[in-house]
Design a protein around this ligand. Structure first.
Ligand code: HPA
Ligand code: ZN
Length: 346
């Protein structure tokens, strides 16, 4: 067992920035910064609803998940070509690498874009090409998780899976995103069973705004391996015990929860309670272009608000690798690098 040396509070942000980490909850469309959005609109001959970057950024004020999803969806309209998807993903991976993200598992969806007349092939090819290039350019490994949009029907999720199958080799897993309330996981039981039979890893957003019951059904009906968000689990002691016992990881996104008013302040965030209960929580950015920060900003602001320590930093970074879908030899390599960073930090 590695012993973490105490680190003074004022040195903690530096350690958080330096430590290698995996990001497991990032929607690539949510990494599209206004500057790139305007550039893509111009390249594609489209007119933006806002006159400039600053006025667009000022519109990023949300009451809840749905008010965010509406503006997020409008932003995706500038994505028209394979190169657009490449450029967006390349920009995220460059930014993530600067935050010492050494491995990313990236959420995307095709239903938004097929709804705009694009093919799933264009989306997946652009994303995948950027992931491949990032390995040599930034030394970062990246894989793709296709999310079904839960406000759409089960039938549409089946069609989405069907269209993605020619690209099966480019996907590591399947997820479930979009409007949570009123769309419980069990709505997608059969299509998740099909994805499972195809050997895909399974995750789902649950317990972001929705009740603990949605986390239970994501686990027991969909049979997911990780829960995205899951912060509502603290309301259910039996669920907390289950998550700890079965080592089900939660991909927590503190700044997202703050901006979408899941918690009124970061000081009220449940991350500390989750860790205290022995749950494999991780820290992630969700939609960094919209929520005020990439992964290191999530770490530094949350640590300051909750008074977390170097021991928590070690645990969270370790959890990010343990919970990832990389093979054991790669896991070991990343965990060795993490240990070296902590040993050499003086
Ligand atoms: N929740 C659900 N769906 C999403 C989110 C989120 O935080 N971000 C992008 N799609
Ligand atoms: Zn999310």
């Amino acid at each position: 067992m590695f012993e973490v040396k105490p680190v003074a509070a004022e040195r903690l942000p530096e350690l958080l920035r330096l430590m290698p980490k995996a990001e497991l909850h990032i929607h690539i469309e949510g990494s599209l910064e206004p500057e790139l959005m305007f550039a893509l609109a111009q390249r594609n001959g489209l007119t933006m609803k806002y006159p400039d970057v600053e006025s667009l950024r000022r519109a990023y004020v949300f009451d809840d998940l749905q008010s965010f999803l509406d503006i997020y969806h409008a932003g995706t309209l500038v994505l028209r070509t394979e190169q657009d998807f490449y450029d967006m993903t390349h920009a995220y991976l460059a930014r993530a690498a600067a935050d010492k993200v050494v491995h990313a598992e990236i959420f995307f969806d095709t239903q938004t874009h097929t709804g705009h007349g694009l093919s799933a092939d264009v989306v997946i090819s652009g994303l995948h090409r950027a992931c491949v290039d990032a390995r040599t350019e930034f030394g970062i490994s990246a894989s793709l998780i296709l999310c079904f949009l839960r406000h759409l029907s089960e039938q549409e999720a089946f069609e989405c899976l069907e269209q993605a199958l020619p690209h099966r080799d480019k996907l590591v897993g399947i997820g479930l995103a979009s409007s949570e309330l009123g769309h419980p996981p069990e709505k997608f039981a059969r299509v998740f069973a099909k994805a499972r039979a195809l050997g895909l890893h399974l995750v789902a957003h649950a317990g972001e705004e929705g009740p603990p019951a949605y986390i239970w059904s994501a686990l027991d009906v969909l049979k997911v391996e990780r829960i995205d968000h899951g912060v509502q689990a603290v309301k259910d002691a039996a669920l907390m015990a289950r998550l700890a016992q079965d080592r089900i990881a939660l991909t927590v996104c503190p700044l997202s929860n703050l901006k979408l008013r899941v918690f009124a302040t970061l000081a009220q965030h449940s991350l500390g309670q989750l860790l205290q209960a022995g749950i494999t929580a991780t820290v992630n950015s969700d939609d960094p272009a919209y929520f005020g920060g990439y992964i290191n900003q999530n770490f530094t602001e949350t640590f300051a608000a909750l008074g977390l320590t170097a021991q928590h930093a070690w645990q969270l970074a370790r959890n990010s690798f343990e919970a990832s879908f990389i093979d054991d030899s790669m896991k070991k390599r990343y965990l060795d690098r993490l240990r070296e960073t902590f040993e050499n930090f003086v």
